[in-house]
Design a protein around this ligand. Sequence first.
Ligand SMILES: [Fe+2]
Length: 437
Amino acid sequence: MPDITTSLEEVARKHGVRLPAVVPLSKQERLRQLRWILDRKDVPHPIGSETARVYYERAASGVPFGIGSLSGQTVELGEYRNEQVYESLRLEDHLSWACLVADQQATKHAYACREYLLGEEMFEIGGATIPDYYLLNARIFQQTGWQLATVNMIIPAEVFFHCHSRKFFPVTTFMRPLETDYLPEPDVGHDVAGHVATFTIPQVAQVMNNHGLANDLIHREKELKLQTARSDHDIRRIHDEACELLLYAGRLYWFTVEFGLVMQNGTLKVFGAGILSSPGETRYSVTSPDSNRVLIDPRNDRDLLRLATTDYLISEYQKTYFVMKEFDALTTLTPQRILHIVHTAQRLPHHTWTELVPGDHVLNVGRAAMSANEKYYRYLAGQPLDECMQRTVERNLKMWSRSLEFADDELARAFMTALPPPPRGLFTDRISPIPCG
Ligand SMILES: [Fe+2]
């Protein structure tokens, strides 16, 4: 049987980590630091003395961290609620974190936006061990007003965005296995090493909160419609439509907060947490000739529709990255505007993750780039389609089978008329393209 310590030492060496340095702080030291943090008054959101006392006592008495309790808000996580039991984290977990952080050093200094690097310093998340959530939660709250809520798995979009509307960020407690660069599901590496530092970008924090508030608006709309539902069919349709809207709002989030790039001083930089939590994708997203890169301006409705109508897969590096002209434009993505865009997206044909669309400001044409109609030609020729193409073709065919009108919606009409007409062979007698006028 191989010696576990020897193999851990080998892994550590490979990533330039000293295994003896991977030692979590003692409880006494963590409490000493917590006391110091809670007493700080030189911060944007100082913590009141009574709140600080209760918070400290919970940590000192060994209650595991669950949901931050430094603001008047809380969230109900139900079956998804989880806790961080700091002492139960294993050496392998801490080493996996240390290796990820060490690997990130090489890429993030070259490719991450400058605000991310500042955030990492401010929240002290660049160390050799997994952060204690009591300490991390207090630091985040003091600087941004956001807090952590621990969850046990990928949670439904509705719960995820509900947390955002109350300025809680859901974090897992599971750390990826050693030697894993990219993980399709969130872990501590993604949630903390990826997301947390980006809270210092006020425009990103604001747009995250706005997504939460847009989720509330979609939910409220659904509740109102349900009051007038006359049949089970109506109820099902109303639920399905709300799910669809949430899905499209999720795409706006995905292509910005999770996988966004930004132009800074004429250079491409990464701010998306999904990218930053993978050292491999951090470099790939900026330099690889394989993926499309498209410049967008979130002030422009057409560009937002482009995001909301673009499907993607989570199992590999992205095939199209969207580059924000600047962070400031993200603040125009208000909850009402998100709602308007996703309602419009519901009525339009959608795109696959490899597609370039007329009107795109293309910075790089990836090797796998497709034109807007290629998915249909492949479908008609009976050629294999990836899951994203298959889903998009089926969804568009279903949409075209409804008789929709665009005369009342200038934005939808403009978006639609910019697309090339789909091949005629795609339609049977019962399915005809949506009229554009
Ligand atoms: Fe994420």
